[in-house]
Design a binder for this molecule. Structure first.
Ligand code: FES
Ligand SMILES: [Fe+2]
Length: 423
């Protein structure tokens, strides 16, 4: 009798295909730095590494607790090429399992979400309870050295912050809130787990996942690409917030004549969320949570993007809008203007990301430079480059300066220009 294989199968520690030398010119101050080498947006071996080392290597945002609130309620989540089952047990615990039968390996659940009393494989009907335990399968009584207790579903670590569910396939990441960093304290005054989804839109974008995250990190493109957004929150109104850990946090000002980001700039009668300060009423908060979540908190709603790489040049984006239950219950509740606004803005962003994907493939393209308005893009790229380099060095400088703002950049640039004109 041979031993059963250790489960789950341990993959060898992936070796980065991008050397420290290759990203050395990214890992310098923003105003001296070059953007990431073009091949990291196009090469399959780079994406394979990112999936193994990053998406399967630590916490990744995958969905919302509201989709698995009661026993048996589940949703499927794609992570690092895996299909994961997130399910609430009869004991009230949220659990994650690989969507793989222990018998001959069939994927079991196909419906993206639902409620089940147990998990039953469609192939030979092996049954697992909601805690993942295998119930005695038919005709296995005579098997030698086979104890169903040892053949439960393969679990993964799962946790939630503010109603947002994260999964850690490695099982080795630090506690979730330690990983998340400053975003936890920055938004502790809100109960975002109490919000409810009103709309979900899925996008299939023909661009590398990193291009989408980078795009979210700057508003340098806003005057030309998003006239509707730039009208309400001018592109140079951005300011940074403390951003240690996996989150990079900032906000932009809403001009006094507007209330929120929507087609009209109005909140359609919605109150600001409980816990909001006077300052919060006039800000849109933006965070990127490494590696794949984009967080946009408005006075009256939260929007999240969950980003899933599919191919080097193809990315799935799930965008969701969440509102206060007491607003949703009002007879005149109308989220349309807010959803339409961001659906338009999303499509404008995907358009330029797809253009970038096409252009960076050209033989003619060499690494470009960041403008002074793109220090946050550089901040994300440093997270990327440090991980490629895998030399233990964390490049400190994430921005032109932490207290800096895009407005500050504009003013400094004006002084430089005036100085040159006077010379
Ligand atoms: S593969 Fe699942 S029961 Fe056979
Ligand atoms: Fe944009």
């Amino acid at each position: 009798m041979v031993d059963a294989p250790a489960a789950p199968r341990q993959r060898p520690v992936p070796v980065s295909p991008v050397s420290a030398d290759e990203v050395a010119n990214v890992r310098v101050p923003t105003l001296e730095a070059f953007v990431l080498p073009p091949r990291v947006y196009h090469d399959q071996d780079v994406l394979d590494y990112e999936q193994d080392a990053w998406f399967a290597g630590g916490w990744v945002a995958i969905g919302r607790e509201e989709d698995a609130l009661v026993p048996g309620q589940y949703f499927l989540a794609p992570v690092a090429g895996e299909s994961m089952i997130i399910v609430r047990g009869n004991d009230g615990e949220l659990r994650a399992f690989y969507n793989v039968c222990r018998h001959r390996g069939a994927r079991m659940l196909e419906e993206a979400s639902g409620t089940l009393p147990r998990i039953q494989c469609p192939y030979h009907a092996w049954v697992y309870d909601l805690e993942g335990t295998l119930k005695q399968p038919r005709h296995t009584e005579l098997l030698v050295d086979f104890d169903p207790v040892e053949w439960g579903l393969i679990p993964a670590r799962v946790d939630a912050w503010q109603g947002i569910v994260f999964i850690d396939l490695s099982g080795e990441a630090p506690p979730l809130e330690t990983f998340l960093g400053d975003i936890v304290s920055e938004f502790a005054r809100f109960d975002l787990g109490g919000l409810r989804r009103v709309r979900r839109i899925d996008y299939d974008v023909k661009a590398n996942w990193k291009a989408l995250v980078e795009n979210f990190q700057e508003c340098y493109h806003c005057p030309g690409v998003h006239p509707q957004l730039n009208r309400i929150t001018p592109y140079n109104s951005g300011q940074y917030l403390p951003s240690d850990g996996a989150s990079m946090n900032s906000f932009m000002d809403v001009l006094p004549q507007f209330e929120t980001l929507s087609m009209t700039g109005e909140a359609d009668g919605r109150e600001p969320m409980p816990g909001m300060t006077e300052d919060d009423h006039k800000r849109i908060y933006y965070s990127v949570v490494w590696p794949n979540m984009l967080y946009s908190l408005h006075p009256d709603y939260l929007m999240l993007h969950f980003i899933t790489p599919l191919e080097p040049g193809r990315t799935h984006v799930r965008c969701e809008w969440y509102f206060e239950p007491r607003e949703i219950e009002k007879p005149d509740f109308n989220p349309t203007e807010a959803i339409e606004f961001w659906d338009l803005t999303n499509r404008q962003d995907w358009w330029v990301c797809e253009l970038q994907q096409q252009g960076t493939k050209s033989r003619a393209f060499t690494q470009g430079r960041y403008s002074a308005m793109e220090s946050s893009v550089h901040g994300f790229d440093l997270m990327v480059a440090d991980r490629y380099a895998a030399d233990g060095v964390v490049t400190e400088q994430r921005r032109v300066s932490k207290q800096d703002s895009t407005r500050g950049v504009v003013e400094r640039a004006q002084r430089v220009t005036q100085g040159r004109a006077a010379d």
